[in-house]
Write a protein that binds this ligand. Structure first.
Ligand code: SME
Length: 152
């Protein structure tokens, strides 16, 4: 599936105010996981109130024990601090990595900004080695910008 072709679906999910924010975020996870063969776990993490930690939000995929991740820990915790996309072609090459499933080979995390503040992120695990390109980064930046509009 061409990532560009998914954009209209993302826009219509975001616009559907009959559903709660959590339901809309879950629908986005479903669309991404079901239409992109190498997106095998798709979820959102958000800053947990005033704490320096991330809390798991809506997701699709194998349940994870890592529902709370301290800032700085793992790929997700590093993005909470760096404010930058983190593309990991090979998770086994990372020292600061939190394994959720032994099937995962690669990961991409893209931050979500509301009023220029990093308030969370989308996290995608892949069972395929080195699958992510700049096209994924640009597409996921689009998804995060859309999500930001309903979190303001
Ligand atoms: N691998 C992540 C932890 C979250 S799971 O992928 C769902 C990390 O290193 O931060």
């Amino acid at each position: 599936m061409n990532l560009e072709q998914l954009k209209p679906q993302i826009i219509s999910i975001i616009a559907d105010t009959n559903n709660s924010v959590a339901e809309r975020l879950h629908s986005i996870c479903e669309v991404l996981e079901s239409h992109v063969s190498y997106y095998n776990w798709v979820g959102f993490y958000f800053k947990n109130g005033d704490k320096e930690e991330l809390k798991l939000g809506p997701y699709v995929g194998t349940p994870t024990d890592h529902t709370i991740i301290p800032f700085g820990k793992g790929i997700c915790g590093q993005v909470a601090v760096s404010n930058q996309n983190f593309v990991v072609p090979d998770v086994s090459a990372q020292d600061n990595y939190i394994a959720c499933s032994i099937t995962v080979k690669a990961e991409i995390v893209v931050p979500i900004f509301v009023n220029n503040k990093n308030i969370g992120q989308i996290d995608i695990d892949s069972n395929t080695a080195d699958p992510f390109t700049e096209e994924d980064e640009r597409f996921l930046e689009f998804v995060c910008a859309q999500v930001a509009t309903i979190l303001e």
